[in-house]
Design a protein around this ligand. Structure first.
Ligand code: F6R
Length: 608
């Protein structure tokens, strides 16, 4: 996610901005920039790539004079990483500069409106509309201008703005994106994350949605969302810096698991407009969509597991065959691909070598390719014919969590969009799905809000040598992901089996005390899974069942039960995976493992 810093005070701003941006690097970024006011004009330095390049370019900021400035590390969303798409963005006249974290959902109509009024645009970003809106709404007062400009915006934002006409000041506002104001001695700051300014001050103001802050070197003025000035209480930070970088969590994996409701919201919300599914970046020819006769989903690891759930969604709604394959298999098996087929490549990083090769294989055969990717501007995102981004934000822990759940959400969006274009979902069905998708982030928040029971169960089983997962249908696909999550970070041997397949071999491994995690969240096959639970219990297995709330019968057949609220069969896996991610996390942590960087694994597998 983008990082923001702003400084006003007596010292040279650029070196302070660079130092703070360095501390925001862990948020993930692909370009960086600064804007500083010098001689009543705004100077911008920005570039694609590592922060060190910006530091070299400005001789660690020394070449950029001025005592008021804003800085930004950009994690690309709209528009690939490039000089023009980097922040800060200037207004057409160069009098306003803006840094932004978030997504402006209505930037297209705003851009059209501003272009019609003669404003010019240099970037493909949603942010540039804000710098031009500042100029369009100019009230001759920085804070009032910002208040007027944000009235036009829909979506999420944390903003830091400069005006050449008020050269000592920064104005800032936020909605659904983080922004903090820091109070120093004769100098003040804005920042995305407290740790980046902890060496400068420990007195901060936590901005609420819609509040505006106006920073001078000697004072900070706050305005409520109605434009009224008010006194805000500051907060003294006494945490240690390394904990704060992880937002107070012990590991990035926990932070990222907890970010899932937000990641789902960001992925889903902008894609549903006025009761229709509108996928940016997917201008598919309607006749071709109608002629679509097969989908091939190709991915590795957890992304492959997400793809298996996509098969269930797409086949269920489109009634056409969907093949799911592991990229390293697909690329060598000479798949039968036809012009009326679609190849969907799923990849969080967009840089997985086998997935890139599979994409090129499909493109080489002249088939349309669609990528579901999290990292903007990555190889897969650039090379695929169409790209549907998961807006999960940077994922730092090696074991994917929010990357995976947003992939499943993106597959649900893709399914609805294709079914809508093919006339295979009625208006009522589309509305129902829209309502369920909109509810999903809150439901995920509910599941994640209490993990005491998962933690207790992890403490019972963390020293087991083998853990089996069983399930049928979508519960089997979910078992694969639950088992992978557990083994990759806990180093406990684990395998997932279709529940009905156990007695064809694997049941010989079940001994008294073996833990079997049985997934029974799918209503259709639940009774069959209960029979399989009984089979393993008869061989002495201890069964931990994951089922829907109110499923009382499971209590009588399982030793331990975890429950998730019911949303709908197709989307249930997004909720049901959450306790399994938490279980894996706690088991790994209890074993004293390096949860974020498990042995032998890399975040992005860029070799075959
Ligand atoms: C497991 C995990 C991996 C990745 C796989 C694909 O937690 O993270 O299995 O899912 O390496 O990576 P991407 O999605 O980047 O292509």
């Amino acid at each position: 996610m983008c990082g923001i810093i702003g400084y006003t005070g007596p010292r040279q701003a650029a070196p302070i901005l660079l130092d703070a941006l360095k501390k925001l690097e862990y948020r993930g970024y692909d370009s960086a920039g600064m804007a500083v006011i010098s001689l009543d004009a705004i100077q911008v330095r920005k570039m694609r790539g590592r922060l060190q390049l910006l530091a070299n370019m400005t001789r660690d900021g020394r070449d950029l004079p001025g005592t008021v400035g804003i800085g930004h590390t950009r994690w690309a969303t709209h528009g690939e990483p490039s000089y023009y798409n980097s922040h800060p963005h200037l207004s057409s006249s160069g009098r306003f500069a803006v840094v932004h974290n978030g997504i402006i959902e209505n930037y297209r109509p705003l851009k059209d409106m501003l272009i019609a009024k003669g404003y010019t645009f240099l970037s493909a970003t949603d942010t540039e509309v804000i710098s031009n809106l500042m100029e369009y709404c100019d009230q001759g007062d920085l804070a009032r201008t910002l208040m007027a400009a944000v009235k036009h915006l829909q979506g999420s934002y944390a903003l830091g703005v400069l005006s050449a006409d008020e050269p000592d000041r920064i104005a800032a506002v936020r909605r659904d994106s983080p922004l903090i104001v820091g109070r120093g001695e004769g100098e003040n700051f804005i920042v995305s994350d407290i740790p980046a300014i902890l060496s400068l001050t420990r007195d901060v103001y936590l901005m609420k949605d819609g509040e505006v802050a106006l920073l001078d070197p000697e004072k900070i003025t706050f305005f409520d969302p109605y434009g009224e000035q008010f006194d805000k209480e500051s907060f003294h930070v006494d945490w240690d810096v390394s904990a704060a970088e992880k937002g107070g969590y012990e590991h990035f994996m926990m932070k990222e698991m907890m970010e899932q409701p937000t990641a789902l919201r960001e992925t889903i919300r902008p894609r549903i407009k006025d009761g229709r599914f509108v996928l940016d970046g997917l201008q598919l020819d309607p006749d071709w969509v109608k002629s679509l006769s097969m989908v091939h989903i190709v991915a590795c690891g957890s992304a492959y597991h997400a793809g298996r759930l996509g098969k269930n969604l797409l086949e269920g709604r489109l009634g056409i065959p969907v093949d799911v394959d592991i990229a390293s298999e697909f690329r060598y098996r000479q798949p039968i691909l036809k012009p009326e087929h679609l190849v969907v490549i799923i990849s969080q990083s967009g840089e997985t070598a086998d997935s890139i090769a599979a994409l090129r294989e499909a493109k080489g055969k002249g088939v349309k390719t669609l990528a579901i990717v999290n990292v903007v501007g990555s190889t897969i995102a650039r090379e695929a014919d169409y790209t549907l981004y998961t807006w999960a934000g940077p994922e730092i822990a090696v074991a994917t969590t929010k990357g995976y759940t947003t992939q499943v959400a993106a597959l649900a969006l893709l399914t609805c969009c294709l079914a809508q274009e093919r006339g295979q979902m009625s208006g009522e069905e589309l509305q129902q799905m829209e309502a369920l998708l909109m509810k999903l982030p809150d439901a995920a928040e509910e599941v994640l809000s209490d993990h005491k029971e998962v933690q207790r169960l992890a403490s019972l089983f963390f020293n087991h040598k083998d853990i089996f997962f069983i399930g049928r249908g979508i519960d089997y696909s979910l078992s694969l992901e639950g088992s992978l999550k557990l083994k990759e970070i806990s180093y406990i041997h684990s395998e997932a089996q279709p529940a009905g397949e156990l007695k064809h071999g694997t049941i010989s491994l079940i001994q008294p005390g073996t833990l079997v995690i049985a997934l029974a969240t799918g209503k259709r096959l639940r009774d069959k899974t209960i029979s399989n639970i009984q089979e393993v219990r008869a061989r002495g297995a201890v069964v931990l069942a994951l089922c829907l709330e109110h499923d009382e019968e499971i209590e009588s057949v399982a030793d331990h039960v975890l429950r998730v609220p019911f949303l709908c069969e197709e989307l249930e896996p997004i909720l049901a995976i959450l306790p399994l991610q938490l279980f894996a996390y706690y088991v790994a942590a209890l074993n004293g493992n390096d949860v974020d960087k498990p042995r032998n694994l890399a975040k992005s597998v860029t070799v075959e």
